[in-house]
Design a protein around this ligand. Structure first.
Ligand code: KG4
Ligand code: ZN
Length: 344
């Protein structure tokens, strides 16, 4: 492989939830390999992620996944400039596997170590396919554990404008999917079934949070779906699942899009990006794209494979931390509730 001396090659490792992933990223934006070993098939049997099983599977998979990432990129560990790893937020046992591996490799190969915030990684996924995207921009982060509306003021510098008061958007998708009997993970299943349903069949609430126009609340929508299902069961009414999930999805998309557009309109934003697993939702992408187009705002969205958990996004975020001078020691620890923008 052609590499210049000044090229920064990041070996990135991600193990915060149920994906064991490793990637080699050149200069923050060029993905040389992106290996993801998903445990979804295992956790599906339990209706959600079982932390103990996730940790054990990460231990089994991490070495082969890293070897594959290096091999596919055509580089040796020696040629790597820096090792980046997710150290929070996430499941502590799962995070620890990646962090311990990254520390061991950094020590053995005498490479600098950079810890990365998982959500910063999701946002940085936008840099990979959009070489023109630079801060400042607004971003909507919607994953299984987070729902944040943020201003990305600079690389690694965030101002959180709105957040969920209860469930994360992805959590609401997963809980509703389980109630309807679609299984785990619910987001992609609802996305698919909703295409066959009428999004206006049932009117679900769009909860507003008093005095916090940018905050989200999804527990009301979720409860309304559960109440609707109970009501139908008691009255022996057959549920049209496609209509139900299409209407639920429409309510969630509405809530997300309305806050994002309020921010864009109020602060005269010109660039807007989405990030996180729920950002691969087809209805959400379409609605945001249309609303941004109406306002002449450039809309950025990673391709679906880079929206859900992967290590390439961690490599992109690690690059900007590295060139800023961030270095972590061998005492780097997993921080399950690490806050966005917090530096440890
Ligand atoms: O970002 P992610 O892979 O992991 C976390 O950091 O949480 O997000 C996973 C979440 C799950 O809740 C999953 O149901 C949701 O993203 N998701 C989707 C779609 N694909 C994944 N939600 C809605 N529509 C989708 N197409
Ligand atoms: Zn994630």
């Amino acid at each position: 492989m052609e590499n210049h001396v000044e090229d920064v090659l990041i070996l990135a490792i991600e193990s915060s939830c149920d994906e064991t992933a490793a990637s080699v990223v050149k200069n923050g934006r060029e993905v040389l390999s992106n290996i993801i070993n998903s445990q979804i098939a295992i956790h599906t049997n339990y209706g959600g992620v079982v932390p103990e099983i996730a940790s054990r599977k990460h231990i089994e998979n991490i070495s082969p996944v890293i070897s594959m990432a290096l091999k596919e990129a055509g580089v040796t560990l020696n040629e790597i400039t820096v090792i980046g790893v997710t150290y929070g937020p996430g499941l502590v046992g799962a995070l620890l596997v990646g962090v311990a591996m990254a520390k061991a490799m950094a020590f053995a190969a005498k490479k600098p170590l950079v810890g990365v915030h998982h959500i910063e990684g999701h946002i940085a996924a936008n840099y990979i396919e959009n070489p023109d995207l630079k801060p400042p921009f607004a971003a909507l982060v919607v994953s299984g554990g987070h729902t944040h509306l943020v201003m990305v003021e600079d690389y690694g510098k965030y101002d959180i404008i709105g957040r969920t008061r209860d469930d994360a958007a992805g959590e609401a998708f997963d809980k509703v999917a389980r109630a309807v009997g679609l299984g785990y993970p619910g987001g992609p299943k609802i996305d698919k079934l909703a295409k066959e349903g009428n999004p206006h069949a049932i009117e679900f609430p769009r909860a507003n949070v008093e005095d916090a126009p940018y905050d989200f609340s999804f527990s009301g929508i979720k409860s309304a779906v559960l109440n609707y299902l109970n009501h139908c069961e008691m009255k022996d009414i057959k549920v049209n699942k496609a209509d139900l999930v299409a209407s639920f999805q429409n309510a969630v998309v509405d809530a997300l899009v309305s806050r994002a557009m309020l921010l864009i309109d109020t602060r005269h934003i010109h660039q807007f990006a989405i990030a996180g697993g729920v950002a691969s939702n087809s209805a959400l992408r379409l609605a945001l794209q249309n609303e941004c187009a109406k306002r002449n705002v450039t809309f950025y969205s990673p391709s679906p494979k880079l929206c859900t958990d992967n290590a390439a996004m961690i490599g992109a975020a690690a690059y900007y931390e590295y060139i800023k001078g961030t270095r972590h020691g061998y005492d780097l620890n997993a921080i399950p509730n690490l806050k966005l923008g917090e530096r440890v």
